[in-house]
Design a protein around this ligand. Structure first.
Ligand code: FE2
Length: 425
């Protein structure tokens, strides 16, 4: 007797009419016409069933604070950081938790069951660290939250960061963060990378740095990040987030850089919604897009995932934590409109993100955790195109969120029957 049987699903790799059987929180069979009783059955005919979406870069401590204490009028990264500094003294543990919890509810309803969140350790009270560690525990049955100790005001630039980072890691934060382009000099940026990677190596932790989130083509900290990753044997365990300066770099230099990133198995996270709005703000015309070179990195076998980064906070006023919206923006900004490329974009919010976060047992194979999404869409491309309802969100084999299908009707002639719109070819 299965706990849950999903019938006739379309899978992300284009296999069609497959059944997925789930027992004891795990996928136990993926095949055509699985026979057997089940406590619950979902008919997924013509619908995409994928592993849960993964957001590999977010800030749960700042989310849903929009307008407090004021709006970011310039729209720049630096005004966002200043605004966040103004807000920090007014934060309380309960407020941070309340907002982050609400955001998690949005994420889950949209099919995202894993979030890597950076948490600012530049506040000496480490309130956000406490709040998010509590929330991580509270939400563990529904969503995986992985925390990164993030020295927002600089690891060497802010006087208490060294101490605060150590305190945060001792409390249980599991990833070492950094922000080399925000240190006072290029030299201190490089030094911060070396020190932070050494801490990660010593403690057996992962690394994820905000790196080169700048339009300055000479911001080249990513090469140091890749170098330290290799020097310390951290290959595959280090992530470079944003890497927007790569957009503006000299092409010859990039032709040397990308193989270095690949050799170091550096994980890359792009944040399309945020960087298309934050970058290029000092440009007149033409205005640079500012997203890192997603297509070229993927073509060189570098793992690239997408993050949401922000929702209604000092850096970004919009969003409802929908990774399909992130995928759509990434596809457009990166001009990845080929069929294979659009499939790669879907992987950037699913399997590639799972690789960045090193999630165990992720996927739709026998033995994987049954964390799945039934989309109101036939395939990954339609999922991105339509951003339709997530009909069922399944966590450890149980439905934890559901939605009615989106439906629009034309009513040209009220005397006749209305016509339900079919959004497919
Ligand atoms: Fe970020």
């Amino acid at each position: 007797m299965f706990d849950l049987l999903i019938k006739n699903a379309n899978l992300p790799d284009d296999r069609k009419k497959f059944d997925i059987a789930i027992q004891n929180k795990k996928v136990v069979a993926v095949d055509r016409n699985i026979v057997g009783d089940a406590s619950q059955t979902i008919d997924a005919t013509d619908q995409l069933v994928s592993p849960s979406h993964v957001d590999s870069h977010f800030h749960l401590d700042a989310t849903l604070t929009l307008g407090q204490p004021r709006f970011n009028e310039s729209g720049t990264l630096l005004e966002g950081i200043q605004l966040w500094d103004e807000l920090k003294p007014h934060l309380t543990l309960e407020l941070i938790k309340k907002r982050a919890r609400k955001l998690c509810h949005w994420a889950i309803a949209n099919g995202c069951l894993a979030i890597r969140s950076h948490v600012d350790i530049s506040d000496d009270r480490l309130l956000a660290v406490e709040a998010l560690l509590e929330l991580q525990k509270e939400m563990q049955n529904w969503i995986d939250i992985q925390l990164v100790a993030f020295p927002q005001n600089g690891y060497l630039r802010y006087k208490n960061s060294i101490q605060n980072l150590d305190r945060a890691l001792k409390k249980g934060v599991e990833v070492v963060g950094g922000i080399p382009h925000f240190e006072r000099t290029m030299n201190e940026g490089s030094q911060s990378i070396k020190l932070l990677c050494e801490i990660a190596e010593k403690r057996g932790l992962l690394v994820d740095m905000h790196c080169d989130e700048s339009d300055d083509p000479m911001s080249r900290h990513v090469e140091t990040l890749a170098f330290e990753s290799q020097r310390l044997g951290l290959m595959g365990r280090v992530t470079g987030s944003h890497l927007t300066s790569m957009h503006s770099m000299d092409n010859y230099y990039v032709s040397k850089l990308i193989p270095l990133l690949r050799d170091a198995d550096l994980q890359v996270v792009a944040n399309p919604l945020i960087n298309i709005t934050l970058q290029g703000r000092h440009d007149q015309y033409p205005k640079r897009r500012g997203m890192t070179r997603v297509k070229e990195l993927l073509n060189s076998n570098v793992n690239v995932a997408f993050g949401h980064d922000c929702v209604m906070d000092p850096w970004y006023s919009l969003g409802k934590h929908d990774m399909l919206e992130v995928a759509s923006m990434g596809l457009h900004v990166g001009q990845m409109t080929g069929i294979q490329e659009m499939h790669q974009i879907f992987q950037a919010i699913t399997t590639n993100g799972a690789k960045v976060m090193q999630l165990d047992n992720y996927g739709i194979e026998v033995g994987c955790d049954a964390n799945l999404v039934v989309h109101q869409a036939k395939n990954p491309i339609d999922a991105i195109r339509l951003c339709n309802a997530r009909l069922f969100v399944i966590r450890n084999g149980e439905v934890i969120a559901k939605a009615s299908p989106n439906q629009s009707e034309l009513m040209f002639d009220t005397k006749k029957e209305s016509k339900v719109i079919d959004w497919t070819l």
